[in-house]
Ligand binder design. Sequence first.
Ligand code: ATP
Ligand code: ATP
Ligand code: MG
Ligand code: MG
Lengths: 162, 162, 168, 168
Amino acid sequence: GRERLLASFGKVNASFEELFVRLFGGGRAYLELIESDDPLEAGLQIMASPPGKKLQALSLLSGGEQALTALALIFAVFLTNPSPICVLDEVDAPLDDSNVDRFCLLLEHIAKETGTRFLVVTHHRMTMARMDRLFGVTMAERGISQLVSVDLTGVERLRAIA
Amino acid sequence: GRERLLASFGKVNASFEELFVRLFGGGRAYLELIESDDPLEAGLQIMASPPGKKLQALSLLSGGEQALTALALIFAVFLTNPSPICVLDEVDAPLDDSNVDRFCLLLEHIAKETGTRFLVVTHHRMTMARMDRLFGVTMAERGISQLVSVDLTGVERLRAIA
Amino acid sequence: MQFRKIRLTGFKSFVDPTELIIEPGLTGIVGPNGCGKSNLVEAIRWVMGETSAKQMRGGEMNDVIFGGTSNKPARNIAEVGVLMDNSARRAPVGFNEHLELEITRRIERDKGSAYRVNGKEVRARDVQLLFADASTGARSPGLVSQGRIGSIINAKPSDRRMLLEEAA
Amino acid sequence: MQFRKIRLTGFKSFVDPTELIIEPGLTGIVGPNGCGKSNLVEAIRWVMGETSAKQMRGGEMNDVIFGGTSNKPARNIAEVGVLMDNSARRAPVGFNEHLELEITRRIERDKGSAYRVNGKEVRARDVQLLFADASTGARSPGLVSQGRIGSIINAKPSDRRMLLEEAA
Ligand SMILES: Nc1ncnc2c1ncn2[C@@H]1O[C@H](COP(=O)(O)OP(=O)(O)OP(=O)(O)O)[C@@H](O)[C@H]1O
Ligand SMILES: Nc1ncnc2c1ncn2[C@@H]1O[C@H](COP(=O)(O)OP(=O)(O)OP(=O)(O)O)[C@@H](O)[C@H]1O
Ligand SMILES: [Mg+2]
Ligand SMILES: [Mg+2]
């Protein structure tokens, strides 16, 4: 029990440190077990320093920095046992364009490395532009959803549906 | 104590019902006190039906619908005692373009009615386009913020800083 | 095993039969607020054997069945199916003779869910094990719901540790 | 009373003197993640007498003072000032003789905050009452922080009722 959690912690932490740098384009971050010597009782603390900034606990980072750091943690756990499918529901909402760009690069990298297929729900134009294909969900009839194929070159038309 | 809370509830509820319709372009919503006959012990429940949809508790609405409904509640409370200044930090993050449009119309309306001055922090291009002026915050030197004036016609340049 | 397509009928706002093809790489899902994108995400979680209605934003499992609109009456049945490619023959014993696996979950109002694999009725447990074996499932770290990032950020350190336990 | 401008020095990431003019209508604040937009919002809350460091994303009030970067040392003083127009002469007694009111809050590391109105030293309570009288203040419903919408949505019904109590 304890050894397995510590081994898993080591693996996730190594992956987290690397993914953080990929998503932020620099900086550093790590995980630590706190509040107890027993890993099964401990808390998981996240320490992060975006490029050029002081190392701080997650709670002191900006909204977008917190979201990007949480994404690094999610993918670190994911990569310990990659799934054939990964579904992301509006995880890019608080991110600015340059962070969205690195986020999409990471998805492309993981798709290539593990063969994982991604479904990415988004309102972000830049994310849409980086997808291999787009499906639109519409409610032409109130309360009833329909799936439609969206032409990638018609992203400007998306203004009407997203 | 109790009478004041009930009077305040009535006032906020009336305002909330009207603001919901303005923000959603239709539908209906109302507040109710639940879990206790004593208003000082009761809980505040929010029931809402976006246009064309069934009436449901807030928790069953979509992410963007929940955010827009919460905004209606915030402004309903605000309007019972309008402040000279209103500062909104990324409240439009989960909203699509048509909801952002109605949100901006409401801000313009309140500014005109009450003389309130608004500071609106946003990543949404459509919100930026509806502002009377824009200030950009930059970190040219790492970890150090500077305020700059942004030309409204230069919204495309904003891609680089937002 | 790899995902090929998802089919939904009567599931939340997707009352009519709908098919989503899952192709390699990155597929974007877009649309206005409240149009059904998260419902689609929940359908995937549901067909893999999600047992908690709360995880589906409902009070009870019946809540995933199309509840009707002002113009259309409610339904009594919801069904989601997922077609898996098993050409690598890595599916668990008992399911491995087929090149393709179709897993379906069907709920009838007040009568609970029934699961089938290639038409043969199985238990919920069998479906959960099937997906767990394929490194996925309703609780997979790869299924990131709309509120998940926020709850990781706001979680108490002890709750966050449970993330690691799921990875162990 | 109406807001004219905000001045910051040494407040969080705004180490150099910065001035934000508050004009009528809608003013947008834009910039990349982590550039300081929410810090600016917090400065406004802080100068109006916010007493909880937690509301400022800090562990203690010293945390609002510029903490230094790899190229610049930390500061020991942070100051935020707000210039109010009082031409309608509606300010509370004792502050009403002036056409303009400048309220400043200055914190010295480990020595706490000092408040001034038009240069004269006052107590935190006086500043809080001054803004409350103008229908605003650190806890005004009109100051909507970045996490606020999420916490209203996720709040227990009894916590949400407290929103109403603040309006009463
Ligand atoms: N059982 C049901 N029957 C019919 N409609 C339902 C049912 N359950 C939920 N809905 C409707 O589905 C809609 C929610 O859709 P969903 O959460 O997928 O939106 P979304 O596209 O993710 O929006 P957002 O961008 O705001 O997150 C709600 O309007 C709700 O009324
Ligand atoms: N006392 C301090 N001294 C120096 N820098 C600080 C201090 N407190 C916070 N910061 C820095 O300010 C930055 C946070 O800025 P802020 O939260 O205003 O970003 P933001 O523009 O709102 O970003 P987002 O769009 O992601 O919400 C952090 O990078 C943090 O390191
Ligand atoms: Mg959604
Ligand atoms: Mg912010």
